[in-house]
Write a protein that binds this ligand. Sequence first.
Ligand SMILES: Cc1cc2nc3c(=O)[nH]c(=O)nc-3n(C[C@H](O)[C@H](O)[C@H](O)COP(=O)(O)OP(=O)(O)OC[C@H]3O[C@@H](n4cnc5c(N)ncnc54)[C@H](O)[C@@H]3O)c2cc1C
Length: 430
Amino acid sequence: MSEEKFDVIIVGGGIAGSVTALLLARAGLEVVMIERGNYSGAKNMTGGRLYSHCFNGIIPDFAEIAPIERKVMHERVSMMTETSNFTFDYTSDRLAQPGKESYIVLRGIFDRWLAEQAEKAGAMAVNGILVENLIIRDGKVCGVIAGEEQMFADTVVLADGANSQLTTKAGLQRKPVTPHQIAIGAKELFELDEKKIEGRFNLAPGEGSAWLFAGWPSGGMTGGGFIYTNKASVSLGIVVTAAEFINARKSVNELLEQFKAHSAVKPLIEGSKLIEYSGHMVAEGGYGMLPRLYSDGVVAVGDAAHLVINAGYTVRGMDLAVGSAAAAAAAIISAKSRGDFSEKSLSMYKRLLDDSFVMRDMRRFRKYPRFMENRRIFNEYPEMADEIFAGVFVTDGAPQASMFSKIFKTAKKNGLRNLAKDCIKGVSTL
Ligand SMILES: Cc1cc2nc3c(=O)[nH]c(=O)nc-3n(C[C@H](O)[C@H](O)[C@H](O)COP(=O)(O)OP(=O)(O)OC[C@H]3O[C@@H](n4cnc5c(N)ncnc54)[C@H](O)[C@@H]3O)c2cc1C
């Protein structure tokens, strides 16, 4: 591969990499996508739910041809303590409206399919190769180094995920990422009969449930648990901010074990078979954590650019990966038409991104990471929900207080001022 020159080299064959490759190849550019895993998706994990709107105009018949697991028809959010669980379960035909629906995907299957679409469009996919470094000449990124090999291109696209080392080497990531900006995710996949999944999660055939938990799953630390229903398996995991583990009393594995053993979770996976375990980082710093997104001969997309939103009730990274890939591809195609791959020319990427749903939503949720550092959300409030509902539903013959006085008494115990402050902050942040 020595001294080979391409129009574009893409590092990373995840969702961001494959969509960039697909769009560039369709436009006739000579593209190579280099993935360190033996196939695209081999190293990737997500809970996870994908909002399909991002594929509008990229793969029009997406829902018919993509290897999706289930359409999300139940949005569930729980507040969990060691011995209780309060769940909010939303279902509506609106969740199924074309262009607004979301799907649960398994990345090992989905990413492989997406990379194949890029290959069919003419991109070259090289798997099992780790890109170790960039070739930078006169301040311009002009290629990559993988083992003994050097490969050259007009533009290098960094799509190498949340733990990207190359964004630092390219001078895009100037400040080191802090443990408050990164979360650790761990996921287990349980094989379970399709019919059992539908029975246990109250789903019609083909329907899925996206379920996030606050409180007990993260041991009261900033983070939460998740359960997603696949066709014939269930994804279950936790995500906890890395900074929390500096003084944590429990490891990720211990948290995962206690989550699975909870009385509200155990029956859901009873009799299933553990078939996969994975761990991954999540960039959770939001808008304030964004690196520079482009420089001479280089752009960063998806998680490598830290384009992720954790809004508590939903995690979004995959649709932002697709949106950023589309903006990057459009900017590179335009740069190619001018024969100019300078920083100025590639700044079009940032302009397109700013005008897209990606940056609009990143900006909207910009205060959310700070709000989520509030420990009350993961400790006092799940306890409070437990006390209120125990007061409402547990009856033992003793004189009953009115609903209002039960709620008021419990809220007062936890500090009415804090509660009011957090409610206002939560609503204004969202
Ligand atoms: C536990 C968990 C749950 C999540 N849940 C959701 C969810 O429900 N919905 C959602 O939208 N998002 C979710 N996310 C976030 C989502 O997974 C990411 O935002 C998304 O994967 C970003 O895609 P990407 O292509 O940018 O990066 P990645 O998917 O990380 O892909 C990067 C690729 O680059 C490759 N690579 C890395 N370094 C190199 C190198 N040096 N050389 C060659 N190849 C390299 C990797 O092997 C990988 O294939 C979740 C994340 C985690 C960890």
